[in-house]
Design a binder for this molecule. Structure first.
Ligand SMILES: [Mg+2]
Length: 128
């Protein structure tokens, strides 16, 4: 792997490390310029576009009112919107809290298990 000497830092960096540093710097400059509120608005917009793409995928699966797109286009749109949301999350430095994810997954599966077994027990969400 090719290394590049970074002047004044005393250590060499690979091209991919330099690219990552440049990306982080550009993110900070961009957020400083537009403000974090604008980035949250962008995230909300991309979430709406993801919801729209998911609804189109559901319409395609049900086939009662299919979108005027091929399945390949529908899934491409879905993947594109997932990527857009992911980029916004990264720009805002929002990370997934895996403790909450695991807790919610377990709660979800337990609720489904209880429902399938005819139990009426519903476990509501509690703060982790
Ligand atoms: Mg988008």
């Amino acid at each position: 792997m090719k290394k590049v000497m970074v002047v004044g830092r005393g250590s060499s960096k690979s091209w991919s490390q330099l690219k990552e540093i440049k990306g982080e710097l550009m993110r900070k400059v961009m957020i400083d310029k537009i403000g974090p509120a604008a980035m949250y608005e962008q995230l909300a917009e991309e979430c709406c576009e993801l919801a729209q793409a998911a609804l189109k995928a559901a319409r395609m699966m049900r086939a009662d009112n299919p979108p005027r797109k091929s399945p390949k286009e529908v899934y491409a749109d879905l993947n594109e919107e997932v990527a857009d949301v992911w980029i916004c999350l990264r720009e805002l430095d929002l990370k997934v809290d895996t403790d909450i994810v695991h807790y919610k997954e377990e709660r979800f599966l337990n609720n489904w298990h209880n429902m399938m077994c005819g139990e009426e027990t519903y476990v509501p969400f509690e703060e982790v």
